[in-house]
Design a protein around this ligand. Structure first.
Ligand code: FES
Ligand code: FE2
Length: 376
């Protein structure tokens, strides 16, 4: 249906490249292909394990049209299931909460936290019905550090292989010791790729964030590509104090375990396809994108600090300044992404030439196209 030749201009160095054709951000057909060839095959990020901290805690997510449940079982294990009743398909849970079992609101089938069908009133006369074969459909869920990932493909490589050298290079953040202190969700009328491109380029900082970030602090360093993650390295080796707050009297302690390049600044990482991590001296935050169709994305912001930092008496007081900074800058990025998307929907929109200040824009496009429209 799509010819790789029509994407030749994104497979060039940034000085010669063009952005993706605008219809890649707006076409339902192209989005359907993204779901089939990309999101259904890769490790997708679902945030911090603290969302299901206790036995019986669950969250529900609608991800690329797939309702799913993540739940911590009675045995302490975190599992994921397709959120579709095995009777006639109704989602068995909504929102978030804590429960002993999931009761389908339609005809009352009850599923245990491990997915097994516990009871199904009215099915006594159904011939050949095997209760044991009618549990919720399990999905592959793996954890790296404090973060959960789900893969819909039974044959996909293990998460650790998918992450490549990310764990080695970013290993000193002591991710298991990070607590999720706040999670906010934003509905943004833009394509998910628009938001990731924005997160991974610094060209927009002097305009979009002119009131909130100091663009003089930016370094326009090279952007190395790894297998399934990209690192903007903006700020890297360029600061020794938090850039998240302006007033140092509100700075929270640094993560004590940081080493090497992690100790030297901030790493902005795209864990492809739909996650941006801001890994810095005192905290780690994430943007988790949940595509809702070509023209709409749910953007989840998670803020994580070390356990010892969260336990400080002054934590609540000081973290407010971090929240303010994150909320302001993310609001600016959400607004400009929605605005860009509105322009991309125009029949007059064209691929555009790029600046050397956005080298990851073509690199992201190359990664996307290689997955969405693989070479024959
Ligand atoms: S659809 Fe769930 S019990 Fe009928
Ligand atoms: Fe931004």
């Amino acid at each position: 249906m799509y010819d790789r030749a029509s994407f030749a201009n994104v497979f060039k160095p940034v000085e010669q490249a063009e952005s993706l054709p605008p219809w890649c951000y707006t076409s339902q057909n192209f989005y359907d292909l993204e779901v089939k060839n990309l999101f259904m095959r890769v490790w997708n990020f679902f945030g911090h394990v603290d969302q299901v901290a206790n036995k019986g805690d669950f969250i529900t997510v609608d991800f690329v049209g797939i309702p799913l449940i993540i739940v911590r079982g009675d045995d302490g294990e975190i599992r994921a299931f397709a959120n579709s009743c095995r009777h006639r398909g109704t989602p068995v849970a909504d929102g978030t909460g804590n429960c002993r079992a999931f009761t389908c609101p339609y005809h009352g089938w009850v599923f245990r936290l491990d997915g097994a069908l516990h009871s199904c009133p009215g099915m006594e006369k159904t011939e050949g019905f095997d209760k044991d074969a009618n549990g919720l459909i399990p999905l592959r869920l793996e954890i790296f550090g404090c973060f959960m990932f789900i893969n819909f493909d039974e044959n996909a490589e293990p998460l650790i292989d998918y992450l490549g050298d990310f764990p080695k290079i970013m290993g000193s953040y002591d991710l298991e010791n990070l607590r999720l202190v706040r999670k906010l969700e934003h509905e943004v009328p833009c394509n998910w790729k628009v938001h990731i491109e924005n997160a991974m380029e610094e060209y927009h900082l002097p305009m979009v964030h002119k009131a909130t970030l100091n663009p003089k602090e930016m370094e326009h360093s090279a952007a190395p590509t790894s297998k399934n993650w990209l690192d903007i390295r903006e700020h890297h080796d360029n600061h020794t104090r938090s850039l998240l707050i302006e007033d140092m009297e509100h700075e929270l302690p640094h993560i004590p375990t940081l080493e090497g390049r992690a100790a030297g600044g901030t790493n902005y990482v795209s864990l492809n396809p739909s996650t941006m991590l801001g890994m810095t001296l005192d905290s780690v935050w994430y943007l988790e994108l949940q595509p809702q169709g070509p023209n709409h994305t749910k953007v989840v912001h998670g803020a994580c600090f070390p356990t010892e930092t969260v336990a400080r008496d002054d934590f609540e007081d000081k973290v407010r300044y971090y929240y303010k900074r994150w909320d302001t800058t993310l609001g600016e990025d959400n607004d400009i992404s929605a605005r860009q998307h509105r322009g991309l929907r125009s029949p007059f929109a064209q691929p555009g030439r790029l600046s050397h200040l956005e080298p990851l824009v073509p690199e992201l496009a190359q990664w996307w196209i290689n997955h969405i429209i693989p070479e024959e």
